[in-house]
Structures are given as structure tokens and as C-alpha cells.
Design a protein around this ligand. Sequence first.
Ligand SMILES: [Zn+2]
Ligand SMILES: [Zn+2]
Length: 358
Amino acid sequence: MTRPVRRLVAALLAIAALAALAWMLRTPIALAIVERGALARLSADPVGALPDGLHVGLCGAGSPFPDERRGGPCTLVLAGRRLLVFDAGSGALRGLARLGFEAGRVDEVLLTHLHSDHLDGLGELLLQRWVAGAHPVPAPVHGPAGVEAVVEGLGRVYAADRGYRVAHHGESIVPPGGAGGTARPIVLGADGRAVVIADGALEVVAFAVDHSPVHPALGYRIRYRDRTVVLSGDTRRSDAVRREAEGADLLVHEALSRPLLAVLARAAEAAQRPNLVKLFADIVDYHATPEEAAETARDARVGYLLLNHIVPPLPMTALETAFLGDAPRIWNGPIRVGRDGDFVSLPAGSRAISISHR
Ligand SMILES: [Zn+2]
Ligand SMILES: [Zn+2]
């Protein structure tokens, strides 16, 4: 063996030995990483790390359709130090964790309407808020008429669990009076609006949108200091959204792509699934297209358009351009097809809008 060959063999043997060592130590290395990660997560102050202002995160950018990138509808709004969650669809708890927020930190929940995809994760969220946060009082759950029955029903569903946990951990750890939620039904005025929260620099207004036959269905306008975000909720193209979003920094608007849904409808037809064909046809008339959302953003002169409640699922990034269709030609402002983990920061006292993905 020549000297260069001997050196090469020695180097390969050294690499192999290191790889074998790493393989043998993989479990203690993984445990150390997990411990450090848990410490960082549990001692982190995700609120204190952000500038004072409005921050909006997608804890669920999807719809009732299973979509591996998008959980059921859920939008986090951090206004100053106050953490609000709008809708709690399936996976809301995991969506919040992904954004860096624990359920125990949630102050209030607000529902846009009572379609099941917007509250599938509510029981889990309320339970974890109570257990992780040791809250002595239930979370306020604002929503349209009928929210009382939802909150009361979840209270019954979780009654046995509540008993087990109090018996197991003790009343000082899980105060029995803090479990679940307190329904706060929203009654709209004759003008179709209602102030839900008015607290110093924070104002949350609910307004009627058009998601017929779902009545009422609400959108929300959230103002904190000099920054504003509007959430469309589920709606077809709506003048109310345009009016409320006038000059808003951020519009979070639902969107359904008719051409992409038509692809699924054709597949359902070919697979001889007539019930699905009918469902796909029906849902088109009570949602807005990306183009309609872009028209609303343009007419309201918003700063940024973030699409959520994405229908149909988009398993590949390449589909996002097709999803947007003509929207970028209708409005040349910034548009994003939302995904779970999207986080928009609107610092108070500035016009800045920064987008990150968590
Ligand atoms: Zn929905
Ligand atoms: Zn709906």
C-alpha cells in the first residue's frame, strides 16, 4: 500500500469510528437536546420578546379538509400583552405551540361562527388552558348566539376529566372553578356591529358577514394603539369586510379556489362519489375566491393580505400560484397563501409589517 492510500484508509477508519461513536451516543445526545429544548420553551417569554404592538399568527390556516400543512381555522392575536384566539379548529393547540405560545397563556377566545371546523379544537384548548395555566376562572368564549350551548355542552363532555384531574393533582394545582369557558354571546346592533372588547388601547369589534345559511357569522376588527387587523371569518365577498378593513394594516381573509376545487369535483365524479360532488358544488357559494379577497384588499387599501381557511388543501407549494389565480393582477400589494406557523408583526408607532414563519 502506498503512503497516500494508507493515509486515505486511516482517514476513512477515523470517520467510521466517529460515526460509530455518534451512533452509540445518539440516545443520550437526543435526551440532552430535548431537555435543553424543554427548558428553553418553559422559561421563554414569547410576549416579552416581541415589540409592543399587534401580532397575528396562524395557528390553523386550513378548513374542514385534511391538509398536512394547515390545521382547522385558528388565528392568534397578541395585542400588547393580551392573547386572544379567534376560532379553535382541529389542531388549534398544536398550532399555538408551533407559534411559541402555550394554551395556559390564552386570555380570551372569540368564535366567528358555529360551523364545527371552527370549534373542533375548543374543548382541548380550554382544558389545556386550565391545566397548564392554573386559571382560577374559566376563559371567556365570545361568539354568536348559540355559543352558550357549545360551552355548556363542552362542560358536560369534560366533566369526568375535570373530576379526575382535581382528584389527582389537587385544587391548588388545577382550581376547579377555572375549568372550561364562560359563554359571552355577541349581540349585534342594528348596524350589524358590536364592540366586544374595549379596554384602553385595545378595541375588538364584531361585524356581520355573509356566510348564508349560517346566521350570524362574524368578522372581527381588532385595533391596538395605532395598528389594525381585520379577520374576515367565513364569508362570501362582503361589503362589510371592505368597510371594516378600510386602511387596515393587515387583512386576514378566507379563500377558496374554484378551479382547484373543480379538479377535486371531477375526481369525485370519476370515482362515482355523488355526495362529494354535491358538497364540492355547494360550498362554492358561501366562500370568497382569492380574486375577490384581492379586490377587497385593493378597495380597502390594506397593507397586507394574508389568506387563510384555504380550500381545497394545497399539499405542494407549487399549487399556491395556481391557488392565487388572478389575485396578484387584481391587487399588486403583498399577498400570502397562509400556512400554519405564519406570524405577522405590526409594531405600534410605526407602519412596519414583518412576516416570519415559525
Ligand atoms: Zn369554516
Ligand atoms: Zn363556515
